[in-house]
Every structure is written in C-alpha cells, then in structure tokens.
Design a protein around this ligand. Structure first.
Ligand code: ZN
Length: 136
C-alpha cells in the first residue's frame, strides 16, 4: 500500500483489516479527525439482517461522538478501500456526516493502489438535509 501518507490514511487502512463483510466482500476503513485533534477510525460491519449493517464512516462517527461533545466538528475524513477506484460514502453516511462536518471538511477517498480523490464536504453533498436548528 503506497498511499499511507498521513496518520489518518494509516488509521483507515488499519481499521479496514477488521472489516466484517461476508456479504458484500467489500472491505472499507474510515478515519476522521475532530477539531480538538482527536482521531477515530472504523470499518464496515455487516449483518445477516442487512438492515443491521453499518458502514465504516458511521462506525468511526459513532466512536468519535460517543466520547466527544457534538460541538466538535470533523475536520477531515478518510475512506480507504482495496477497490479499483476510491470508494465514496453512501448517501446514508453523507447525511450522517452532514450532522458533524462543516462545508469545508476535507473528505479524502483513497485506495490501496495510491489513487486518491479529495472533496470538500460541500462539494460531496451540496444539498444535505439540514433542519433549521442545525444551521449556523
Ligand atoms: Zn455508508
């Protein structure tokens, strides 16, 4: 894996190793950093009852916000895969990310071949559902 440029890249690939994905066979890892500097990671965890499946991005978010106040924001997210093309967050995860990201949050998609695609969150999900009470 030649793309392990940053601590977040390394954390995302480390999490990917624990992916439980017997149904999709897609191993995904995600990592993120908060405004307070703390980093969290997660992998996709699937379930025989498909609705119980959770993506890597949401696992990392649950870990982060079960230990930090929601006043923290995500400054950067990395999604790592071993797929041919970098793996983008699904719509469900984009909506969950919208709760904790800013428009400027960096979202980097990387794969094991060193391919990388970088977005600002506002470009990845420009029309997020954001109830009035969440707007600032
Ligand atoms: Zn997802």
């Amino acid at each position: 894996m030649s793309s392990l440029k940053t601590k977040l890249d390394q954390a995302a690939f480390a999490a990917l190793q624990f992916s439980y994905s017997p149904y999709s066979q897609k191993k995904i890892g995600a990592s993120l950093q908060l405004t307070n500097g703390k980093c969290y990671s997660g992998c996709n965890i699937e379930n025989a009852s498909y609705g119980g499946t959770v993506c890597a991005e949401r696992v990392a978010i649950w870990k982060a916000f079960s230990e930090n106040p929601a006043t923290e924001k995500i400054t950067e997210v990395v999604v790592a895969s071993v797929e041919k093309d970098p793996w983008p967050p699904c719509g469900f995860c984009r909506q969950v990310l919208a709760e904790f990201c800013t428009p400027e949050t960096i979202v980097r998609l990387i794969n094991s071949d060193g391919k990388e695609v970088t977005y600002q969150f506002k470009n990845l999900f420009p029309a997020a559902f954001k109830p009035e009470h969440l707007k600032k």
